[in-house]
Design a protein around this ligand. Structure first.
Ligand SMILES: Cc1cc2nc3c(=O)[nH]c(=O)nc-3n(C[C@H](O)[C@H](O)[C@H](O)COP(=O)(O)OP(=O)(O)OC[C@H]3O[C@@H](n4cnc5c(N)ncnc54)[C@H](O)[C@@H]3O)c2cc1C
Ligand code: SF4
Length: 416
C-alpha cells in the first residue's frame, strides 16, 4: 500500500531517533534509516531522498520489495512501545514523491571517465549497484545483459503487483544518466574475454537456472519451470511480449519458497480459477515469508502440505495430473527442520491443466563448476556474492554489487 503524505509524515514522526539506530545496522545496503526519517519529519524530502539513494540505487523498488519485517523493522526499538516504524513504506513514499514531483539530485559522477574502464555483467540489482558505485568513483562503466530490458529478476520474475515498474525504470534511468552505457541483448560467454577490452569486470549474473525435479513426465507440455513462467507473466504484464502461456482452469505449483508463492499469486492474477501449491513439509516449515503465505491464502490459493510429486502424468503430450505421495515428518535425527519421509502406499493423483516447478536454483556455472567445485577468478574479476545466495533479496544484491565494485576499486587503485 502506498503511504499518503500525511501517513508518511506521521510514521516518520513516530521514530525515536535512537542514538545507536539499530535499523541502520540491519539494512544490508547500509542506508541511514534514522537519518532519512528525521529529514522526512522535518519536511526535507529532497535530503531524505538523496540520503537513501546515496546507499541504495533501487530506493523505491526496495521500499516496496524489502522484507522489512526481517530486516530493518525487525531491529526497530519502537516495537517495544507499540509497532515498528513502516520504514519501507516511508522510503517508497520519499522515492516516489521525488520521482513524480522532483527535484532530485542526480548521481554524482564528477570525475566520470577519468579512471579505468570496467565492465559489469548483468543489469539486475547487483549490477546496477556496482555500476552506480563505479561511475561515482570516476570509472568508465559498461553494463552487459542478455535480456531485452534491464532490472534482472525484478523485471523478469517479480510481478508488478508488488512494486511500481515506473519506479524501477526511473531508477535505472538515473544510472544511465550518470554516464553508464548499457548493452542489452548481449550475452557474455566468459567474463575473462572482457579483460581484452576492460581493466576489470564485475560479475553480477544472478542466481543461475531454476532447478528441476528430474521426474518422469517433466518434459510434458504445460509443465513450466518457475523462471520461464514468471518471465512470460512479467513480460506479458509489461506489455513487452505477446507470449501468453496457456494455463487452463487449474494450475499446480510445486515448491514452498517465495518463488512458489509468487507463481501462485501471479497465476491467480492471470485469471486461473484454482491454484494449488504442493509442498512436502507442513506450513510451519515453508521457507516463504509468512506475510506472502497469508496473502496467498487471502487470494484463494490452496495448499496441499506434506506431499511429494513422484511423476507427471499426461495425455496427448500435455500434462493432466501430478502423481504425489503423502509425506510425514521425522525430527528424530536432531536436524533443524524435520525430514519428510514418504508414507508407504499413499500415492494419489492431483489433477491440473498446467504445472509450475518452483524448487530452487542450481548453482551458477560461474560460482561452481560441477563436479570440480568452486571457481576462483583473478583479482580483476569480482563476482557478486548475491550469485551464491539463491533466495536472497534485492537489497542484499544491491549490497553485494557495491561490495564487488569496492573490491575492483581497491584492486585498480592499490593493486590489492
Ligand atoms: C519470484 C521471485 C520473487 C522475488 N521477490 C522478491 C521480493 O519481494 N523482495 C526481494 O527483496 N527480493 C525478491 N526476489 C529476489 C530478487 O529478485 C533477487 O534477489 C535479485 O534480483 C538478485 O539480483 P541480482 O542482480 O544478483 O540478479 P538478477 O536479478 O538475476 O540479475 C542478473 C542479471 O544478469 C544477467 N545475466 C546473467 N548471465 C548473463 C550473461 N552470461 N551475459 C549477460 N547477462 C547475463 C541476467 O539477464 C539478469 O538480468 C524475488 C525473486 C524471485 C525469483
Ligand atoms: S530503530 Fe526504529 S525508532 Fe529507532 S531510529 Fe530506527 S526506525 Fe527510529
Amino acid at each position: 500500500m502506498n503511504l499518503s503524505e500525511t501517513q508518511a509524515h506521521l510514521e516518520a514522526s513516530r521514530c525515536l531517533f535512537c542514538h545507536d539506530a539499530p535499523c541502520n545496522e540491519a539494512c544490508p545496503a547500509g542506508v541511514d534509516v534514522a537519518g532519512f526519517l528525521r529529514r522526512v519529519k522535518t519536511g526535507n524530502l529532497l535530503g531524505a531522498d538523496a540520503l537513501i539513494r546515496r546507499d541504495n540505487v533501487l530506493s523505491e523498488v526496495c521500499g516496496h520489495l524489502c522484507p522489512t519485517e526481517e530486516l530493518c523493522a525487525s531491529a526497530c526499538c519502537r516495537s517495544a512501545l507499540d509497532q515498528p516504524i513502516d520504514i519501507g513504506g516511508v522510503q517508497a513514499y520519499v522515492a516516489r514523491h521525488s520521482r513524480v514531483h522532483g527535484p532530485i539530485r542526480p548521481i554524482s559522477a564528477v570525475g566520470h571517465g577519468t579512471r579505468e574502464h570496467v565492465a559489469v555483467v548483468g543489469a539486475g540489482p547487483a549490477g546496477l549497484a556496482a555500476a552506480k558505485r563505479l561511475v561515482e568513483l570516476g570509472y568508465r562503466v559498461e553494463v552487459f545483459d542478455r535480456n531485452k530490458l534491464p532490472g534482472g529478476l525484478v523485471t523478469y520474475a517479480i510481478s508488478s503487483h508488488k512494486y511500481d515498474k515506473d519506479g524501477l525504470s526511473f531508477e535505472i534511468g538515473l544510472v544511465e544518466g550518470a554516464g553508464v552505457d548499457f548493452h542489452l541483448e548481449t550475452e557474455v560467454e566468459d567474463p575473462l574475454d572482457l579483460l581484452e577490452a576492460f581493466d576489470a569486470v564485475v560479475v553480477a549474473a544472478g542466481w543461475g537456472r531454476p532447478a528441476t525435479l528430474g521426474l518422469e513426465g517433466e518434459d510434458l507440455a504445460h509443465v513450466y519451470d518457475a523462471g520461464t513462467f514468471l518471465g512470460c507473466v512479467c513480460a506479458w504484464e509489461s506489455d513487452k511480449s505477446p507470449t501468453r502461456l496457456t494455463l487452463g482452469d487449474t494450475l499446480l505449483v510445486v515448491g514452498g519458497g517465495n518463488t512458489a508463492i509468487d507463481c501462485a499469486l501471479s497465476a491467480k492474477r492471470q485469471g486461473v480459477g484454482r491454484v494449488v501449491v504442493l509442498y512436502r513439509r507442513s506450513l510451519e516449515e515453508m521457507p516463504a515469508w509468512k506475510p506472502e503465505i497469508h496473502r496467498a491464502l487471502d487470494e484463494g490459493v490452496e495448499f496441499e502440505h506434506l506431499v511429494q510429486p513422484i511423476r507427471f502424468v499426461g495425455q496427448g503430450g500435455r500434462v493432466t495430473a501430478v502423481e504425489c505421495i503423502r509425506m510425514q515428518l521425522d525430527g528424530s535425527d536432531g536436524s533443524k527442520r524435520p525430514t519428510p519421509i514418504p508414507v508407504p502406499d499413499s500415492q494419489f493423483l492431483v489433477e491440473g491443466d498446467s504445472v509450475v516447478v518452483a524448487v530452487g536454483y542450481r548453482g551458477h556455472r560461474w560460482i561452481v563448476d560441477e563436479p570440480n567445485g568452486p571457481i576462483f577468478w583473478p583479482a580483476e574479476v569480482q563476482v557478486c556474492q548475491a550469485m551464491a545466495k539463491p533466495a536472497g533479496t534485492v537489497v542484499e544484491a544491491v549490497a553485494s554489487g557495491k561490495s564487488a565494485a569496492d573490491q575492483v576499486h581497491n584492486h585498480l587503485s592499490e593493486g590489492t
